[in-house]
Each structure stands twice: as C-alpha cells, then as structure tokens.
Design a binder for this molecule. Sequence first.
Ligand code: SF4
Ligand code: SF4
Length: 300
Amino acid sequence: MTIGTIFNIQKYAIHDGPGIRTTVFLKGCPLNCWWCHNPESQSIQQEILFSPDKCIGCGDCYKGCIGKAISSIQGQRIKDNNKCSLCGNCAINCPAEAIEMIGKTMTAEDLMKEIEKDRIFYEESGGGVTFSGGEPLMQSEFLHEVLHRCREVEIHTALDTSGYSSWEILSKISSHVELFLYDIKHMNDQKHMALTGVSNRPILDNLKKLVAEGKRIWIRVPIIPGINDDDQNIAEIGSLMDSLKLREIYLLPYHNIAMDKYRRLGKTYGLPDIQTPSDRCMNEIAQNLKSCGLKVRIGG
Ligand code: SF4
Ligand code: SF4
C-alpha cells in the first residue's frame, strides 16, 4: 500500500491546466525559493501552524500535548519543536482553530476516491487532475501509483513541476503525464542557485529530454520584480523555448500573500520588500515573448 503526504486538495481549480480540475498538493520540495508561496509545502514532514492572533489563551493545547512540547512562560505560549511528536492533539483540542496540522497521509486508493468524486466536472469541461506541491516528484512512488490509476480510469493528468529530479524518476513518471506545467525560474545558473538553492542544469536537461519524448509542455515563469524580470533573462527563456519548439508560456505575477504563512510557521520570508509587478510590466514582458512567436498568457 503506497502512502503519500498531502497538504491540500483543491477542487474546481481552473488555473492548473485545461478545464475544471482537482489539484493535489504534495508535501516536500528540494528547492528553497525565496518567494515560495507555499512554505508549508517545503518540508516532506507534517507541520504545526500556529496563528497567535486567533489564540484566546485557554491552555487546552498544553493539556493534551503528549511530548510536553507546549508550555506557558509569563502567559506567553512557547512550543519546543524538538519535543513535538506531531501527534496533532493540540490542533484537535484548540477551540479557537489557532493551531492547524499541515499535511495528512493518504493511501493512493483513498486519494483516487477523492479524485473520482469530480469526474463529471472533468468530463464536461475537458479537465482532470493536476499534481502540484511542493515538488510532487519528491514522492515519486506514490505519485507514480496515483498517476497510473488515473490513466487506467481515463482521467486527464497534469504535473506541475520544478523539473528538479533525476531523469530516472522523471522518465518513469512521464509516461503517465499528459501535460507538464514546467517551471523556469532563472536561466543563469549562479543566480538560480542563489535564489532557489539548486542548479538549473538538471531542470533544463530534463526539459530537453521531455521535449525529445514528445511530451506536451506548458512553461510557467513566476515574474519577480528585480529578481528574474530583466530583459536578458526573459530573452533567454524565449530563445530556449524557440529552440525546443515549445509555444505556450504562462507568466505568473509575484505576490506576497504568503508572508503571513511564514510568520505562522515560524519561518523567515526572503523577499519582504518586493511588490507585485504592475500590469504594464507584465504586458511588456508578454509582448517581448510574443515577438519570439510564443503564445503568452498572464496568470495561472
Ligand atoms: S502535535 Fe502533539 S506533541 Fe506536538 S505540540 Fe501538538 S500536542 Fe504537543
Ligand atoms: S488551545 Fe488554542 S486558543 Fe487555547 S491556548 Fe492553545 S492555541 Fe491558544
């Protein structure tokens, strides 16, 4: 029985591939992008998210804490992560919903039951299921099994991926994926390493191999002002796509709505001062890419 760790299942998604889709978010990512808008996806482990603004100070979370990880010092709630066994009792006991357990384990069978519930929407809209994250390839065995089952019952499959994986894993998965939503963040390898913690070489190599296999691919680029929106980077992405005969690209404007999630997870946000790019800036980038013969869309 293959088990995966999932942090969200979004129904009726319309920005993660064609038609109406169910998007399944798997936990775990080998990248550490400064602008990550799903910081709760980065660790493959379950996590506890605490919202201090919701806490009413009742103390119910201390009582059920198996590991004695939570205590109160001068009325201040303190949690020692080293003692936390992730039992989830604090989240269950909290009457104010100030504590949330991020990530739950599911069997492939149970996930399929959830996916199949919306089959009628997939059929009527030309939709299906999209696996996102985190990086879904981090849970490759589980992903492979669910993809395989989806194809057996003729549900359309898309994979939203950074492409950062061994080719051995990706090639095994790719036969069950009908559409790749493939992220490109920066063409300059040194900058890519500084911004995400990993090299872009395996990502670009894997992209070329998927193209050689004839896979259907949409490129997705997060546009982050001052980070990757310069003319050179955009021109290099356009020229890479042209050389690979890829035509569809989605530009995703950066937003900082995840800042609060970082605070609640006790993590530091890497780009606190960057603003969402203006419509004008997004349209200029889109025009530059259109001039390379690409079909450009702004948004997911
Ligand atoms: S998850 Fe369990 S061990 Fe961790 S803080 Fe909550 S109650 Fe304590
Ligand atoms: S149970 Fe919830 S509301 Fe009560 S002290 Fe703990 S976190 Fe705060």
